[in-house]
Structures are given as C-alpha cells and as structure tokens.
Design a binder for this molecule. Structure first.
Ligand code: NDP
Length: 248
C-alpha cells in the first residue's frame, strides 16, 4: 500500500516529531501548518534530506474550505490517504471559567474539536472500504487534561480534549468493520512551544514536580506512540486511549 499520511500541525512540536518519525518508517507525509510556513518547510527539508517524501500544506483546520482544498492537494500530490494524525491544537492563557468569553470558547472548540472531526471525515472518505478505500489509521492527539480537567488553567481546553476522547471511542466502533482503526494518545506535560503560546514558557519546568517521573516528556516520546498506532504492528488496536504522561 502507498502509505500517505497527513499530520495536522506537523510544522512544530509533537506534529513535527511525528512527521519526521513517520517518514523514517516509510510514510509519505503531508505536513500541515496554519501560519508558520518556514517551520513546515524545514520539516519537509529534513524528511527529503534523508530520502523521504513530504510536502507542506497550509490550512487552518477550523476552516472547512481550507481543509477541503488541503485534501485535494494531497490527493493530487501524494495519492490516496491511509493515515491521519489529528494533532493541530491550541491552548489559551490561564483563566477561570467565570471569566471565559464565547470568542475564546469558539476558537478552542473550532480548532481542537470541529477541526479534528472534519479532518477525520475527509480521511474516512478516502480510507473507508465503504467509500472504495483500502483502510487506514487515525490517531487523535488528546491530552491528559481530559482526565485532569485543568482547573484554574484551562477547563475549556480540557473539555475539548474530553470531546476528542469520546469522538475516538465512537468513531473507532463506527468504522471498525470498514478497515479503519481510530485511537488517541493523551500526552502529559511535553516540552513544546504550546506553553509559551498560552503565556507560560516555563510551564513544563514549573509543573514537572507533579509528574511521578519528575520530568516533562519530549515530542519524540509522544511521536513513538503515535507512529506505532499508525503502523501494522498495531493492527488489532482500535478505540484505545494511550497515556504518554510520565505516570501523571
Ligand atoms: P505546538 O504549539 O508546539 O504546535 C502546534 C502545531 O499546530 C503547529 O504546527 C501549528 O502550526 C499547528 N496549528 C495550530 N493551530 C492550527 C490550526 N488552526 N490549523 C492547523 N494547524 C494549526 O503544539 P504541541 O506540539 O505542543 O501540541 C500538539 C498537540 O498535542 C495539540 O493538540 C495539543 O493540544 C496536544 N498536547 C500537547 C501537550 C504539551 O504539553 N505540549 C500536552 C497534551 C496534549 P503553525 O506552525 O503554523 O503555527
């Protein structure tokens, strides 16, 4: 099978680590980004530099028209998709629910939840045997926040990731007989740019004492689980939520 993979938010952090590792494992990778074309181009350059196949594709996953255009571009440049990593995601600054605006909530759910569901919808139209596809694998990037709730930090983010967990369980059962496996990873505190984007560049250092392993994780440690879930080595694994959180 031509192994074509889309990693949303593949330009930085966990997505970039996943794109690089997947390419090493023989996937042709579409590296999605929304704004940082330089970072996406650098991931593509690294993949091609080691003999792999990759393209960068711009789309805001919260914008359906942009998602549709992204998939058409991947169809034309790489061929039929057989893997999707729904990784693009955002946090916001720490706030209590009593202070959250509707604009904040809409952004949080549009990107983290609706974006993931629309990307999965388009993937299914290409992978599911019901649509003439040859099967495939979807990995949703949830968060330990879905279990912890993130009180006083971002309960909205935790709620969005809770929705991703439910989406994973339901979709996995819905398409299990159509050759498509659906799983999620739930990373804990991982050292990426996302914390600075929420106004807390030292968040991992500040909170690592709460982790039983007493340290933050790396993007590559999360990528290892994602790429395993994508692979045939995980052929009987679907509807699983894998915690990659140092015991937290
Ligand atoms: P980063 O902030 O390091 O990277 C985010 C990536 O998502 C970038 O590639 C960015 O693109 C892309 N992105 C952001 N918004 C959109 C959008 N609307 N459409 C398309 N792409 C978008 O994040 P992380 O690597 O830390 O996080 C990746 C995933 O892991 C997220 O879903 C996050 O919730 C989850 N996670 C992270 C944890 C952590 O501690 N880091 C813990 C638990 C879960 P661009 O470069 O163009 O900005």
């Amino acid at each position: 099978m031509n192994k074509v993979l889309l990693v949303t938010g593949g330009s930085r952090g966990i997505g970039a680590a996943t794109a690089l590792l997947a390419a090493q494992n023989g996937w042709s990778v579409a590296v999605n980004y929304t704004a940082n074309s330089l970072a996406a181009d650098e991931v593509v350059r690294q993949i091609r530099g080691t003999g792999g196949n990759a393209i960068a594709v711009q789309a805001d996953v919260a914008d359906e028209a942009q998602v549709m255009r992204m998939y058409e571009h991947i169809d034309a440049k790489l061929g039929r998709l057989s893997g999707l990593v729904n990784n693009a995601g955002v946090v916001d600054v720490y706030a209590r629910v009593a202070d959250m605006s509707v604009a904040r909530l809409k952004r949080m759910f549009d990107i983290n939840v609706i974006g993931s569901i629309v990307c999965a919808r388009e993937a299914l139209r290409r992978m599911s045997t019901l649509y003439g596809g040859e099967g495939g694998s979807i990995v949703n990037v949830s968060s330990a926040a879905a279990r912890l709730g993130s009180p006083g930090q971002y309960v909205d983010y935790a709620s969005a990731k809770g929705a991703i967990d439910a989406f994973t369980l339901g979709l996995a059962k819905e398409v299990a007989a159509e050759g498509v496996r659906v799983n999620a990873v739930r990373p804990g505190l991982i050292d990426t740019d996302i914390h600075a984007s929420g106004g807390l560049p030292n968040r991992v250092k500040d909170l690592q004492h709460l982790v039983p392993m007493q340290r933050g994780g790396t993007a590559d440690e999360v990528a290892q689980s994602i790429v395993w879930l994508l692979s045939d080595a995980a052929s009987y694994t679907t509807m699983s939520l894998i915690d990659v959180s140092g015991g937290r």
